[in-house]
Write a protein that binds this ligand. Structure first.
Ligand code: APR
Length: 229
């Protein structure tokens, strides 16, 4: 089976009602990264950080996968599909995708604040201050903050280097190391980019699809599945 590698960003979940980060009215227009998404913020005011992710978890649990998530799940009927996502929502999994690599963690799990590899499921939307890991340290959202290591980046680069088809959906490519992954895709592999505001990638064999995810992804999946007779 041919391997399709998909790198997704906040744009694929926008039509599920989850805010992106850098669009107008994006999440970072309402909050300062330094106040809610860095280790220093956690040191300074853990309850504020905890509440920020509790509110986002509430929105994620209330959201539903959209046609783009479902189309990528359907693609598994014909291809070996691996999704590398920058998103911390679980919409790919809820749509039925079976191989999802979360570069920046996943908000439905917690992690020990002293040992990141200790993670636990969260029941419901609220992770309370005072909930501790087996080592007795405060639990925090299992997400990668700015300035923290991205443990899955080597795995993701390896996956990209073995792509037969590469699809980029809904990311501004503003944040590294995720933004550098496209450079691991072999030059002769076709790279589809689906985004109403196409990010520029200095790469050959790029096919630009200036559409919203719920239009562009099903369209491309139909083409790849050979449904466009
Ligand atoms: N369909 C497809 N793409 C869309 C849609 C849509 N309906 N709406 C917006 N987009 C595109 C925007 O044009 C933009 O290119 O999604 C992208 C969103 O970019 P960002 O808000 O920067 O989100 P992302 O690229 O995922 O950010 C990467 O930055 O803040 C950190 O950790 C955070 O994982 C995040 C990382």
């Amino acid at each position: 089976m041919k391997r399709v590698v998909v790198l997704t960003g906040a744009g694929i979940s926008a039509e599920s009602g989850l805010k992106t980060f850098r669009d107008s009215d994006g999440l970072w227009e309402g909050y300062n990264i330094e106040d809610v998404a860095t280790p220093e913020a956690w040191e300074r005011d853990p309850a504020l950080v905890q509440d920020f992710y509790n509110q986002r978890r509430k929105s994620v649990l209330a959201a539903e996968p959209n046609a783009a998530h479902f189309a990528l799940a359907k693609l598994e009927e014909r291809y070996d599909v691996i999704i590398i996502t920058q998103n911390i929502d679980d919409l790919h999994e809820r749509a039925g995708s079976t191989k999802v690599v979360h570069l920046h963690g996943i908000i439905t799990r917690s992690q020990s604040s002293v040992k990141a590899s200790l993670t636990y499921p969260i029941d419901g939307w609220e992770l309370k201050m005072g909930e501790t890991c087996e080592l007795g340290s405060q639990l925090r959202a299992h997400v990668v903050w700015f300035g923290e290591a991205v443990p899955m980046i080597e795995t993701a680069a390896q996956i990209c280097s073995q792509a037969d088809v590469f699809i980029l959906v809904g990311t501004s490519l503003a944040v590294y190391p995720a933004a550098g992954l496209i450079n691991y895709v072999p030059r002769d592999v076709t790279k589809y980019i689906i985004d109403p505001n196409l990010p520029t990638v200095g790469n050959k064999r790029v096919i630009e699809m200036p559409y919203k995810a719920t239009i562009g992804v099903p369209m491309l999946v139909d083409e790849l599945m050979g449904n466009n007779k």
